[in-house]
Each structure stands twice: as structure tokens, then as C-alpha cells.
Write a protein that binds this ligand. Structure first.
Ligand code: UPG
Ligand code: F6P
Length: 745
């Protein structure tokens, strides 16, 4: 299908969608950290696998069940690492008829903690763009989960012209405050958690997301209120749901007509045996906690509360399920600290025989069963976190019929208001925590009341089906927002609208290639415009963006679809010269090991280098004037390598020296564009005239060297995919276009 037709159809289908609410939707969810799969989630495996992991899988399934939804893609990171299951290296995993997990490469193959993923997020964005183009998908809505996926969804939204919504799960500013209260310095937080980048991403998301979905009102009032852009965000409160079939009430087991599923029978048996290993008397009421081994969960507070309260120790046992571990020594520093402190406290209060710290458990069958075991033993579930954005464990406990004790800060306040299933306390006060637990344990009537109303409250307030329906209702208007960004010809400013359908592009150098002869330039423009629907038009030049603008205006050249400027260090998308969008993925790609200040510093004593005026300098280009002298170049190379700096030197016209990041060049920028938008090198025609075009002309692309080329480019002659035109300037490009039969002439 011709691209004009494709674009029209696409615009038509989008406007149909806006008019016909019954049109089926394609939703894309993002939760980057990895270790997400359809079955047997490894919750609590580490600090990054917990409530959010479960939330996104269950949300994807629930959305996929709605009649109005055609497809849900849940994107996460592809991990190919012997230390984790091979399930995580499968690119696509169907998790229901209309929902699937799509795994995307970014930052190599190894599994890594989420804070280390920030430098690689642009790669994630680019690979999603490519995946969608290959699969011919134009999603209707993007949904980022957690700050990093918020960043990804925002970038995709800009590139593709599609609205996005955001769910935070846990917020950087709250974490920063709580770490500061614990005595951590800002420097440590930046080093360990990349906290400021995360907070900046959250601020940006609040400014630009179409909706911010939160689980509770408290999240808005107490957590998002800490953000400068809070007032600009459109919040929607929708609590998550729970699988009530899995977390069924404990008393079902006592009904002779109920057939307990086999996996739960086995799970109970196994957990009973586990308790036998730890407890003197494992029939005593059980104080249960299940959480990630994260300092914020304040497990130490709970052990202290139990340790300090002899009465509590006399009436109950404490079981702490804090993730899964083999060897604490091999864990990440934060988890290691939490677990070590737990063991030290157990020893300090001599809790042997009264406290269990099992090394592993299975979140799929054993966790639901553990809640029921706690209920059967007339126990209590405790979430002792300092604060909790929501607290899925509290609704799991409610659903199974265990009363709860939780923090009087955050989501638990909404949960207890709805479910009336327990007591909230200041969890930093270990005495109060211990007393609250004891008060439920010793009061049978209260226990039963909390247990029953928890079971009923969860079924009334926390359903994934209701969540998914409310979600769709609230984003309905947003999906219609396409039109707001639609330009006069039905094409939006977002490059995705143009590039998602393009299979071919022509990219040319400007000076002495595209311009030089006005007559043939005019002819070239005519040909290009005639083919513009099928073929993207780009320029790749040493000029800065401002100078590109100047020459385009001077020569009446239509605004290209893409401008690669400043020797390949910047990529911009048209079509509106006053509103170009920069490719931030490219920016982030070339920023790798780029240390401009350090470069300037180590070269500062070379008096043969004269810095060019500030106009010549860009974020990714340092420019000097320098007389021709081989010795000078050698000295610069030596100085930069001695200082272990990564760079490229481009010396031109025997006068100008540009120092660029190692990864930047016109050729690599074109290759990057081809990869991102899935345009094959064989469908990319490039043209140039001089030495600084050499690297973009060499390779698999269809290259055209214009007749008026400089001698240094002669070395390309004889290459299969390099055509040397006889004609000069734009006429040479036209000759090359004809030679390759690249487009209608
Ligand atoms: O060793 C463990 C630890 C946790 N879990 C499970 O993991 C989930 C934990 O969820 P939650 O209690 O909500 O805590 P977080 O992991 O901290 O989740 C974050 O994201 C959730 C979803 O938005 C919010 O409810 C939380 O407040 C927020 O901190 C629950 O299903 C637990 O049963 C296990 O199975 N085993
Ligand atoms: O401590 P943080 O960085 O706020 O993150 C909380 C973590 O808990 C999770 O719920 C784990 O699934 C994720 O949201 C996140 O990885």
C-alpha cells in the first residue's frame, strides 16, 4: 500500500476510534525492571520484585478481558542471564488470549537492579519503536509503571504522538525523605539509588502524563504533594484488585463440601514442616509478615516489638517471610544489610524457638496458604513499613480472613477504612506496634469481627475487573486526544506518525552536495516532493541547526523529515522548523563516556588550540581553530588517551578541529535512525562529496558521490554500493537516484 493511502487510512481509523467507542483498543504497559512472567512470579526475590510486579501482570490480564480491548502488551526488560530463569529471555509470552508480555533488550543481557537501568532507558524506547513498527502496531494508549517506565512512556508518547498515563507505585521524594531521616546523605542516595534522576523523571511525568493513576487519595495528598508539578497532574484514584479465588477465606477449608485444591494442600504441608524447624510450639497464634527485604518495610521494627514484649512472645510465634535467598553474602548490599540486622535482632532478643525466618517460599501457592494458616491459628498479619503507597499484602490478608496491623501512614488508611479489618499504628513506635498486635490476639471477638469484615470488604472494594473498567472509563477522553495533535493534513508533529509508515529514506549532505547549483536543486526538490509520501527526506551536515535553518530558507528547501546536524551529534525531526523535536535517544546514546569539561581541561595548556566562539560549540562538539601540523594532532591524541578519555577528532579544511563523542558521526546517526524506525540500509540512499561524508557513504546503504567531489573520497571508488555520478551537486544526486531506481524521477 502506498504511504499516502496508509497515512490516510491510519488517520481515518484513529478518528473512527474516537467516534466509535466500541472500536477495540490496543494498550501498551511498561514495567521495565524485568523478572516478570505469566506464572510463578518470584515475588520478594529481591528489592525489585514485589507489589508492582504482581500488579502489572494482573492488570494486563484484567484489561485484556474487557470486550473493548483488542490487545494488551506488557513490556519489560529481556534478561538472558544464567543466574535467573530462562523464562525471562523469551521475547514474547502470551499470558491470556489478549494479553502478552513482550521482553525488550536494554543495557545488555545481565539482570541488574533497577537503579542501574537509567542510562539504558533510551535503548529500551528505541527497541519498542522498532518492535511496534515491525509488528505494524499503533497503540492507542501507553501506561508507564514506576519512574523509569514513566520516562520510557513519555519518550514514546513524544515520538509516536500517542497519549500516556502513569502509575508511580513508589515515589522518589518519599524515599529520599525517609532515607534522609535514617541518616543517609544526598551523595549516598545519588550513588546508590540515582535518586535525583528518578525524581526529575517523576516531575516530568506529572507535567506531561494524561492521567496519573493512584491507588489511594493519601498517595496524592501526602506523596505527590511533595512534587513541584503536583498541581499540574490529573489524578485518578483506582485501587488495585486481588484474585479472591487464590486468597479465599480460611474457613472454606472447614466446609466439608469444599475441595481444597491440591497445590494448597501440599503448600500447607510444606509450611507446617518449615515451622516445625523453627518453633518450639508451632500451634501457637501466628504473627505473620511477608515483604521484600527492604529497609522501608521496617522488619527490624517488628522484630524489636516482638523481642521487647515478653507477653507477646508467650502467646504467639513470629514468622518473617522476607523474600527468597540462598546465601546472604551474595545479595545486594541493601538486602544484605536488612537481613543481617534481622538475624542480629533475633539473636539479641534470643528469639530462637519463637521466630521463623524461612529462606524461601513460593509466592504462587504458599503465600495464599500462609495467610490462611495465620487465620487458622487466630493470628495477625503485620505490615510494619514506615509508610506504604498502597500495600497489597494487606488486602491479601483481608481476603484470607487474617486481621491486620499496619502503618497509620499511606494506603493502609484507605484499606482499613474500606475493610475495617485491623489496627493502624505509628510503626516507628515498637511498643505501640507490639500492643496493637497483642490487643487483637487476646480479643477473640475483635479478631472475628476484623476477620469477617476483611473478607467482605475486599470483595466489595478490590476487584481487578472493576479496576480495569474504571481505568478504561477514565482514559476514554484521553484516547480521543489524538486529534488535538493532528496537523492540517491529518499528520501529527510526532515523528512516529511519519516514520512508522516509511520504508525508504534519502539523506544528503548539504554544502557542495545538495546546494551548489540552484537549477538542479530546484529539480531535485520537485522530484523529492513528488515522492515524499513514500520516501523520507533528510540532511546530514556539519552545520549547526541554526545554520541549517539559514540555508534551507535561503534556498527554499522544504523542511526535511530529519535533520542530522553538527557532524552527527544532533538529530531533529520535522516537519515544523519552529517546532522541531530532538531525538533524545540519540543524545543519550552518544553521551556514553563523553566528558567535555575534562577534555577542555586536559587540552587547556596547548597554545596552538584556539577555542572557537561559543556558537561553534555544542553539547556534543568541542571546536577549536588549529593550524595544520601533524605534530599537533599527535599531541592531542596522546594527551587525551593518556587521560583515558573517549573521543573522535575531525580535522577539516586544514583549520578546524572538532572533538566529538566516540559514538557520534553522520553515518552512525543514519544507522541509528534506520534501526530505530526499521528502515533497511538497502532502502536508504545517502549522498555526499567530501572526506567528512566518507563514513556515511561506506557500508550497506546506497551511496552517491556527486561529480564535484573532493579527491580524498576517491578511495570509495570500486565499492559495489557507491555510485560516482558524473553530474555535480544536486544533479549528481538525481543521477544516483536514477541509477538505483530509488524513486520516480
Ligand atoms: O517475600 C515476599 C515478598 C512479597 N511477596 C508478595 O509481593 C507483593 C508485595 O506487595 P506490596 O505489599 O504491595 O508491597 P511492595 O512490593 O512494596 O509494592 C509497591 O507497589 C505496590 C503496588 O503498587 C504497592 O501496593 C506498595 O505499597 C508499593 O510499595 C505481595 O503480593 C506479597 O504477597 C511475596 O510473595 N513474597
Ligand atoms: O524503593 P523504591 O525504589 O521506591 O521501589 C519500590 C520497589 O517496589 C516494587 O513494588 C517492587 O515490585 C517496585 O515498585 C519497586 O521496584
Amino acid at each position: 500500500m502506498k504511504n499516502t493511502e496508509k497515512n490516510q487510512k491510519k488517520a481515518q481509523s484513529k478518528s473512527d476510534k474516537n467516534n466509535n467507542q466500541k472500536e477495540q483498543l490496543h494498550l501498551q504497559l511498561f514495567s521495565i525492571h524485568g523478572l516478570i512472567r505469566g506464572q510463578n512470579l518470584e515475588l520478594g526475590r529481591d528489592a525489585d520484585t514485589g507489589g508492582q510486579t504482581k500488579y502489572v501482570v494482573e492488570l494486563a490480564r484484567a484489561l485484556g478481558e474487557l470486550p473493548r480491548v483488542k490487545q494488551v502488551d506488557l513490556f519489560t526488560r529481556l534478561v538472558d542471564d544464567k543466574r535467573v530463569s530462562s523464562d525471562y529471555k523469551q521475547q514474547v509470552e502470551e499470558i491470556s488470549e489478549s494479553a502478552r508480555i513482550v521482553r525488550i533488550r536494554c543495557g545488555g543481557k545481565r539482570y541488574m537492579r533497577k537503579e542501574l537501568l537509567w542510562p539504558h532507558l533510551s535503548e529500551f524506547v528505541d527497541n519498542v519503536v522498532r518492535f511496534n513498527k515491525k509488528e505494524n502496531i499503533t497503540p492507542d494508549l501507553l501506561h508507564g509503571h514506576y519512574a523509569d517506565a514513566g520516562y520510557v512512556a513519555r519518550q514514546l508518547s513524544k515520538l509516536l504522538g500517542i497519549p500516556y498515563v502513569f502509575t508511580g507505585h513508589s515515589l522518589g521524594r518519599s524515599k529520599k525523605n525517609s532515607l534522609a531521616n535514617k541518616g543517609m546523605t544526598e551523595k549516598q542516595m545519588v550513588e546508590k539509588f540515582n535518586i535525583n534522576e528518578r525524581i526529575q523523571a517523576e516531575e516530568d511525568v506529572l507535567r506531561t502524563a494524561a492521567h496519573v493513576i493512584v491507588s489511594t487519595n493519601h498517595e496524592i495528598q501526602k506523596q505527590y504533594k511533595l512534587y513541584d508539578n503536583c498541581e499540574r497532574a490529573a489524578f485518578t484514584v483506582i485501587p488495585p484488585g486481588i484474585d479472591v479465588d487464590k486468597f479465599y477465606p480460611y474457613y472454606y477449608d472447614h466446609d466439608e463440601n469444599f475441595t481444597k485444591p491440591e497445590p494448597y494442600i501440599q503448600a500447607r504441608d510444606k509450611m507446617n514442616r518449615e515451622f516445625e524447624r523453627f518453633f518450639y510450639n508451632s500451634d501457637k497464634p501466628l504473627i505473620l509478615t511477608i515483604c521484600r527485604p527492604d529497609r522501608r518495610k521496617n522488619i527490624q521494627g517488628l522484630i524489636t516489638a516482638f523481642g521487647e514484649n515478653k507477653e507477646l512472645q508467650a502467646i504467639a510465634n513470629l514468622a518473617v517471610f522476607a523474600g527468597i535467598r540462598k546465601d546472604i553474602d551474595n545479595l545486594d548490599e541493601n538486602e544484605k544489610e536488612v537481613l543481617t540486622e534481622m538475624l542480629l535482632l533475633m539473636d539479641k532478643y534470643d528469639l530462637y524457638g519463637k521466630m521463623a525466618l524461612p529462606k524461601k517460599h513460593d509466592p504462587t501457592n504458599e503465600v495464599p496458604e500462609l495467610f490462611r494458616m495465620a487465620a487458622d491459628r487466630q493470628g495477625v498479619f503485620v505490615n510494619s513499613a514506615f509508610s506504604e503507597p498502597f500495600g497489597i499484602t494487606l488486602i491479601e490478608a483481608a481476603s484470607a480472613g487474617v486481621p491486620i496491623v499496619g502503618p497509620d501512614d499511606g494506603g493502609p488508611q484507605d484499606i482499613v477504612k474500606n475493610c475495617k479489618n485491623g489496627i493502624l499504628v505509628d510503626t516507628t513506635d515498637s511498643k505501640a506496634l507490639g500492643e496493637a498486635i497483642k490487643n487483637i490476639l487476646i480479643d477473640q471477638e475483635k479478631w472475628r469481627e476484623y476477620s469477617n469484615s476483611g473478607v467482605n470488604g475486599v470483595r466489595k472494594h478490590y476487584s481487578w475487573t472493576a479496576h480495569a473498567e474504571t481505568f478504561l472509563d477514565s482514559v476514554d477522553g484521553v484516547i480521543g486526544d489524538y486529534q488535538k495533535t493532528t496537523g492540517t493534513h491529518g499528520v501529527t508533529q510526532a515523528p512516529g506518525w511519519r516514520f512508522a509508515d516509511l520504508d525508504k529514506m534519502l539523506i544528503t549532505d548539504i554544502d557542495d552536495t545538495l546546494v551548489g547549483d540552484d537549477e538542479s536543486l530546484e529539480e531535485f526538490i520537485e522530484i523529492m516532493e513528488k515522492n515524499r509520501n513514500e520516501v523520507g527526506f533528510g540532511v546530514a551536515t556539519g552545520r549547526s541547526l541554526e545554520l541549517v535553518d539559514e540555508i534551507l530558507k535561503e534556498k527554499n528547501i522544504p523542511v526535511p523529515d530529519v535533520i542530522i546536524s553538527s557532524v552527527g551529534t544532533e538529530i531533529y525531526y520535522g516537519p515544523d522548523m519552529n517546532n522541531l523535536s530532538m531525538d533524545s535517544g540519540w543524545r543519550s546514546h552518544i553521551s556514553y563516556q563523553w566528558k567535555p569539561d575534562r577534555i577542555k581541561e586536559v587540552l587547556s595548556d596547548f597554545d596552538f588550540l584556539e577555542p572557537q566562539d561559543r556558537d561553534g560549540e555544542r553539547d556534543f562538539k568541542i571546536s577549536y581553530n588549529m593550524d595544520s601540523n601533524d605534530d599537533h594532532l599527535a599531541k592531542i591524541h596522546q594527551r587525551l588517551t593518556e587521560n583515558k578519555l573517549r573521543y573522535q577528532l575531525i580535522y577539516s579544511h586544514d583549520a578546524y578541529l572538532d572533538i566529538l563523542p566516540q559514538r557520534a558521526s553522520k553515518g552512525r546517526a543514519i544507522q541509528y535512525l534506520g534501526n530505530k524506525w526499521d528502515i533497511k540500509p538497502e532502502n536508504t540512499l545517502v549522498s555526499g562529496d567530501s572526506g567528512n561524508d566518507y563514513e556515511m557513504l561506506y557500508g550497506k546503504r546506497l551511496a552517491v558521490v556527486v561529480g564535484n567531489h573532493s579527491p580524498e573520497i576517491e578511495r570509495l571508488r570500486g565499492n559495489r554500493r557507491v555510485y560516482f555520478a558524473d553530474s555535480n551537486y544536486a544533479a549528481g544526486i538525481i543521477e544516483g537516484v536514477k541509477y538505483y531506481r530509488f524513486m520516480d524521477v
